[in-house]
Design a protein around this ligand. Sequence first.
Ligand SMILES: *[C@@H]1O[C@H](CO)[C@@H](O)[C@H](O)[C@H]1NC(C)=O
Ligand SMILES: *[C@@H]1O[C@H](CO)[C@@H](O)[C@H](O)[C@H]1NC(C)=O
Ligand SMILES: *[C@@H]1O[C@H](CO)[C@@H](O)[C@H](O)[C@H]1NC(C)=O
Ligand SMILES: *[C@@H]1O[C@H](CO)[C@@H](O)[C@H](O)[C@H]1NC(C)=O
Ligand SMILES: *[C@@H]1O[C@H](CO)[C@@H](O)[C@H](O)[C@H]1NC(C)=O
Ligand SMILES: *[C@@H]1O[C@H](CO)[C@@H](O)[C@H](O)[C@H]1NC(C)=O
Ligand SMILES: *[C@@H]1O[C@H](CO)[C@@H](O)[C@H](O)[C@H]1NC(C)=O
Length: 359
Amino acid sequence: MAPTIPTLFLLFLSSKFPYSTAQTWIQSGYWFSGSGFPVSDINSALFTHLICAFAGLNNSTYQLSISSSDAQSFSNFTSTVKQKNPTVTTLLAIGGGSVKFSTFSSMVSQSEFRKSFIDSSIETARSYGFNGLDFWWVSVNTSSEMTNMATLFDEWRLAIELESRNSSGSPLILTMAVRYSPLLDNASFPIESVQKNLNWVHVTASDYYLPTWWNYTAAFAALYAPESDMSTDYGINTWINSGLPANKLVLGLPFYGYAWTLVNPDDNSVGAPAKGAAITDEGDMSYKEIKGYIQRHGAVTEYDATYVMNYCVVGSSWIAYDDVDVVKIKVAYAKKMNLLGYFVWQVPNDDDWVLSQAG
Ligand SMILES: *[C@@H]1O[C@H](CO)[C@@H](O)[C@H](O)[C@H]1NC(C)=O
Ligand SMILES: *[C@@H]1O[C@H](CO)[C@@H](O)[C@H](O)[C@H]1NC(C)=O
Ligand SMILES: *[C@@H]1O[C@H](CO)[C@@H](O)[C@H](O)[C@H]1NC(C)=O
Ligand SMILES: *[C@@H]1O[C@H](CO)[C@@H](O)[C@H](O)[C@H]1NC(C)=O
Ligand SMILES: *[C@@H]1O[C@H](CO)[C@@H](O)[C@H](O)[C@H]1NC(C)=O
Ligand SMILES: *[C@@H]1O[C@H](CO)[C@@H](O)[C@H](O)[C@H]1NC(C)=O
Ligand SMILES: *[C@@H]1O[C@H](CO)[C@@H](O)[C@H](O)[C@H]1NC(C)=O
C-alpha cells in the first residue's frame, strides 16, 4: 500500500536533518535600513546571503510589523540584490532595537501568541519575496524564556514544512542571532531545539566590552584572550562543547569599532585606564568612519597579536577595530574550526568593499 501523505510527512519529520542539503560556505551580510545605504549599492556578488534588518513585532497581535518607510525597500530587497548576484539568498531579520524584550518574552509564552507570530512571519517572508527568516532576540536571558523559545522553534519549523508542502516552494530558511556563548548566568540556549529546528545560528562575536561601561581600553571583539572567557574562541568552543555541531555556527565579523577616552594619552596599550567613550556618544564608529578618521589625523595603527585586533591612538582617543588582516585571520579561524561560514554587521559600514573582499 502506498504511504499516505501523513505517513510520508511523519517519516520526513522523524529523519534527523530533514532540510539539510549540504550547505556550502556562507558569506553573509546584514543590511540595516537605518543605515540609509541604498540597497542597490550593495555589492551582492561578494555574498552568498544577505539579511534585511529589521521587521518589528506588534506588542498586542504579535504579528510582524514593517514601518511604512521600510515597506518599499524591503519589498524590493530581494529583486534588487539579485541583479548583481542572481544566486544570492535573502533573509528577513525580525527584532532589533525597536522591539522591547518584554514583547518577545510575552510572545513565546503562549501558544496562541506564538501561532500568530509564526503565521505572520511566514506570510510576510513570502509576500516580500525573502528566502528565510532570522530571529533577533538578543535579550533572551531566563530559563523559562529559553524553554518557551525552544517550543517556538519546534512549532515554527513544523509550520514552515507544512507551508512549503502547500506552496510547493522550498521551505523557508530559519536562523537566529545568538550570543557569543550559549551559557548565561542563569540560563542556557536550548541547544537541542536549535540543532533540530534551525538551519544555523549567527554568533555575535563582538561587544565583549563597551566604552560606556568598561573603564579600560579593551579588545571588544577579541579572537583570543589569555586570561578571560570574553573571547570568540572561548564562545565558539563553548557552543561546540555544549553539543551544537560546528557546521551550524556562522561567525560574526564586526565592520565597526569603539573609541575610548584615555585617562593618560601616553598610557595607551590594550587595558590602559579609560574614562568613557570618545568621538561619538557611545564610542561606536563604522569601519568606514574609522578609516576616514585615521586618514584625516595621519594616525599610526597598531596590530595586537594576542587578542587579534587593530587599534590606533589620536590624542586621548583610542579606537579598537578589525582591519583587513584581522578579518582574514578570523575567516581562517572559522574555516579551521569547520564552521559554516561568517556574517558581517553590517555591509554598509565597509570602505570600498575591502573587508568584504578579505573574506
Ligand atoms: C498593533 O496592531 C493593532 C491591530 O492591528 C493596531 O491597532 C496597533 O496600533 C498596533 N500597535 C502598534 C504599536 O503599532
Ligand atoms: C505597545 O506599544 C505601544 C506603542 O509603543 C505602547 O504605547 C503600549 O503601551 C505598548 N503596549 C504594551 C502592552 O506593551
Ligand atoms: C522598488 O521597485 C519599484 C519597481 O521596480 C520602483 O519603481 C521603486 O522605485 C523601488 N523603490 C525603492 C525604494 O527602491
Ligand atoms: C533580562 O534582560 C532584561 C532586558 O535586558 C533585563 O531587564 C532583565 O533584568 C534580565 N533578567 C535577568 C534575569 O538577567
Ligand atoms: C494548506 O492549504 C490548504 C488549502 O488551501 C489550507 O486550508 C491550509 O490552511 C494550508 N495549510 C498551511 C499550513 O498553509
Ligand atoms: C541569577 O539567579 C540568582 C538567584 O536567583 C540571582 O540572585 C541573580 O541575580 C541572577 N543573576 C542574573 C544575572 O540574573
Ligand atoms: C568609570 O568611569 C566613570 C566616569 O567616566 C565613573 O563614573 C565610574 O565610577 C567608573 N567605574 C568604575 C568601575 O571605576
